[in-house]
Design a protein around this ligand. Structure first.
Ligand code: NDP
Length: 259
């Protein structure tokens, strides 16, 4: 391949902070971005899991470090950003991925469920994006924020009202931050997966109920985590330098099916 084309997607020595990197998509994003040459700052509450991932990435020649982070706590977010700065330098790219979900009837949700979902998926993502952006502006070196949303930001489904509302909020926050931060050379985009098989949902997605869900996806398949790699590398790299305020959906056509 032409060298300038491969260079377009290069993340060599870029510092990427990934929230929610202790499992599922966040851990996968850490492996992918490290393989693309980035220094990956892996952040979450379960630091023992992060340490295992650091060892795995380092064993394959990548650069990674574990950082404790609770996205619902602004002091924890700032302590994490300070720690990343001292280990890897300033954050170039944020993958704002930490999230929680729940499934129950709209009639059964309690205020505590609502708070947990909104505090993590919307306010938590806001705090991390805001504090990261403040530092990017202070250093005047530009930056790149990627918010992990969901197709449930753009459609509804039974049992996930608070989650859908929080993700819809995050999608609009993506657009609003893109608008304001463009003058500081900071891009803000959303990556919206459909149903992706991870360690947590694999059993359900492979059950009979999962089969019914799969039949509503035009391609009749759930995504694998690796199906997100191309879009992640596009959004993280300079290849998307003219893109901001957009949402890229990876869902096998689920959203367009309307089912
Ligand atoms: P997991 O449950 O596997 O991972 C969630 C991650 O978020 C964990 O690493 C967890 O780490 C972290 N997290 C949760 N709360 C906090 C907190 N307060 N502070 C810091 N980290 C936190 O989920 P997935 O990998 O499936 O989901 C990742 C993202 O992708 C989420 O935003 C989710 O909404 C989104 N998504 C997932 C889809 C899927 O099909 N899997 C589809 C569409 C979107 P710890 O507990 O160690 O803090």
């Amino acid at each position: 391949m032409n060298a300038s084309i491969t260079q377009l997607f290069s993340l060599d020595n870029k510092c990427v902070l990934i929230t929610g990197a202790s499992s599922g998509l966040g851990a996968h994003f850490g492996r992918t971005l490290a393989a693309a040459g980035a220094k990956v700052a892996l952040a979450a509450r379960r630091t023992a899991r992060l340490q295992d991932l650091v060892q795995e990435i380092e064993a394959t020649g990548g650069q990674a470090h574990a950082f404790e982070l609770d996205v619902t706590d602004r002091a924890s977010v700032n302590a994490c950003l300070d720690a990343v700065m001292s280990v890897f330098g300033p954050v170039d790219i944020l993958v704002n991925n930490a999230g929680v979900s729940d499934t129950k009837s709209a009639l059964d949700y309690q205020d505590t469920d609502w708070d947990r979902i909104f505090d993590t998926n919307l306010k938590g993502a806001w705090i991390v994006a805001q504090e990261t952006a403040k530092r990017m502006v202070e250093l005047a070196r530009g930056g790149n924020l990627i918010n992990v949303c969901s197709i449930l930001a753009s459609r509804v489904s039974g049992g996930v009202g608070p989650y859908s509302a929080a993700k819809a909020g995050l999608l609009n926050l993506t657009r609003s931050m893109a608008l304001e931060l463009a003058r500081h050379d900071i891009r803000v985009n959303a990556l919206s997966p459909g149903y992706v098989i991870t360690e947590l949902n694999a059993e359900f997605l492979r059950s009979e109920e999962g089969d019914r869900l799969r039949s509503r996806i035009p391609t009749r398949r759930f995504s694998e985590m690796a199906d997100l790699d191309g879009v992640l590398l596009l959004l993280a790299s300079n290849a998307s330098r003219a893109m901001t305020g957009t949402d890229i959906v990876v869902d096998g056509g689920h959203l367009c099916s309307g089912l």
